[in-house]
Design a protein around this ligand. Structure first.
Ligand SMILES: O=C(O)CCC(=O)C(=O)O
Ligand SMILES: [Fe+2]
Length: 430
């Protein structure tokens, strides 16, 4: 069972006092930017990022509070949003079997956004965590660490597991040759710079842009797998994404999307009653071609990213616009610790909708407006790992699972899957 934790607002707790001391130390003498200068999106990010005082989540939609079977999960972390924070409509999910929860939610303020709370069963959540760490975050899939370190062939996670079991696991060596020029280590948040939206017209130009590999950091030192696993931030899925160009690099061979990711995503897309969600199609900017009508056949994910967040990490406001299928569903699966997710409109001037995402929740961003909407993750909520991730729950306190459990205590994993090309389209590359 999770150990009992003090709530974030318990002023007598050690955590609260520590956060207060740190806040006083780090803000002493600081000239805060005047709040009036912030866009509504930036103001919301600042609000939820704050470590002290802990943010008030009464304006954050928390649909787990409607589900009695999630009471223990909600209570163990103490962080709670509210069920009436944001206007939504509840829909019956289509053909969802007894395993997943049968509701989908839509939001008048963000047309094209669907939320499927608790869509992934606890068992499937554990399978997705295992495959993300053990099978996916390794060669041939690129991770943020590959630029700077020669990661072991077996993958960083498997080396870490061996190092936990006994001595004799070698340190991981940096790539940079001694004396090479300095570059800062890319292990912080993803760099988010502006890019040109991809389309069928410009993708050949995009594919022809020189995709220069990022230089390895000279600051990287030989490190144990245990040290590096804490620095894992992302692993690529499918088409290779070039972070420098902010575009896919179509000259590199696409790696097939794994069956476990692809099948969950298709199941989620097929569960949403899109005809109800897009019932006001003209307003939603589809014109005369409502592509959602054929998603049952045409949705085929071919790219994406697995994000690994530690509790101090954030993901700034951004738009994912490198996909040529500009309206196809982007399926986003939350695992591990809970987070505050913000989604607004096509500029940062639109006030974002705040949603508390918990493990097993699936978000789908689709359609012309929502796929171009600014969104981000200003906060990973500490101590929110649900009980079904604790090994004792399934009878084996020393099972292989306990290594995953330790890692997940401070981690949120997000599997973010997209469709770049229409199904069956073979890019003719220069
Ligand atoms: O972590 C999340 O929920 C969202 C991640 C995201 O927006 C992205 O990877 O582009
Ligand atoms: Fe995104």
């Amino acid at each position: 069972m999770p150990t009992t934790v003090a709530g974030p607002y318990d002023t007598d707790s050690k955590e609260y006092k520590r956060a207060k001391r740190l806040h006083e130390k780090t803000t002493r003498g600081r000239n805060e930017q005047i709040e009036g200068d912030w866009t509504p999106f930036r103001a919301a990010e600042k609000k939820y990022k704050a470590k002290f005082p802990p943010p008030d989540l009464s304006g954050v939609l928390d649909l787990a509070l409607l589900d009695k079977t999630r009471t223990e999960e909600v209570e163990c972390g103490k962080w709670k949003g509210a069920v009436d924070a944001v206007e939504y409509r509840e829909l019956d999910a289509v053909g969802v079997d007894a395993k997943g929860k049968g509701k989908a939610y839509m939001f008048p303020r963000v047309p094209g956004l669907a939320l499927l709370p608790s869509f992934i069963t606890p068992e499937e959540q554990r399978d997705l965590v295992r495959s993300s760490l053990k099978d996916h975050a390794r060669h041939p899939n690129e991770t943020n660490l590959d630029t700077h370190y020669r990661l072991p062939e077996e993958g960083l996670w498997n080396a870490y597991v061996r190092s936990r079991r006994g001595p004799g696991v070698a340190d991981i060596q940096p790539r940079a040759a001694p004396g090479a020029s300095y570059e800062s280590l890319n292990n912080g948040p993803r760099q988010l710079i502006s890019n040109e939206p991809a389309s069928k017209e410009n993708f050949v130009k995009i594919a022809s842009a020189p995709a220069v590999p990022a230089p390895p950091s000279q600051n990287a030192r030989a490190s144990s797998p245990e040290t590096l696993i804490q620095k894992l931030r992302w692993a690529n899925i499918g088409w290779y994404y070039h972070w420098g160009n902010k575009q896919y690099d179509f000259t590199r061979e696409k790696i097939p999307v794994s069956e476990i990711y692809g099948s969950v995503c298709k199941r989620a897309v097929n569960a949403v009653p899109w005809d109800v969600l897009f019932d006001t199609r003209d307003e939603d900017g589809w014109g005369d071609k409502p592509l959602w009508e054929s998603w049952t056949e045409s949705y085929e994910p071919d790219a994406g990213i697995v994000n690994f967040y530690q509790t101090k990490d954030t993901l700034m406001a951004h738009v994912d616009r490198s996909e040529i299928c500009a309206t196809s569903p982007l399926v986003s699966i939350s695992l591990g610790c809970a987070a505050v997710f913000l989604i607004g409109g096509t500029t940062r001037d639109v006030e974002p909708v705040p949603i508390l995402l918990r493990s097993g929740d699936v978000v789908i961003m689709s359609g012309p407006g929502c796929r171009r909407a600014y969104h981000g993750v200003p906060r990973i909520l500490e101590n929110t790992l649900p009980p079904h991730f604790f090994a004792e729950q399934h009878g084996q306190p020393t099972s292989p699972w306990s290594i995953y459990q330790d890692y997940l205590r401070t981690t949120r994993i997000n599997i973010n899957v997209r469709q770049v090309f229409p199904k069956g389209f073979e890019p003719q590359l220069p």
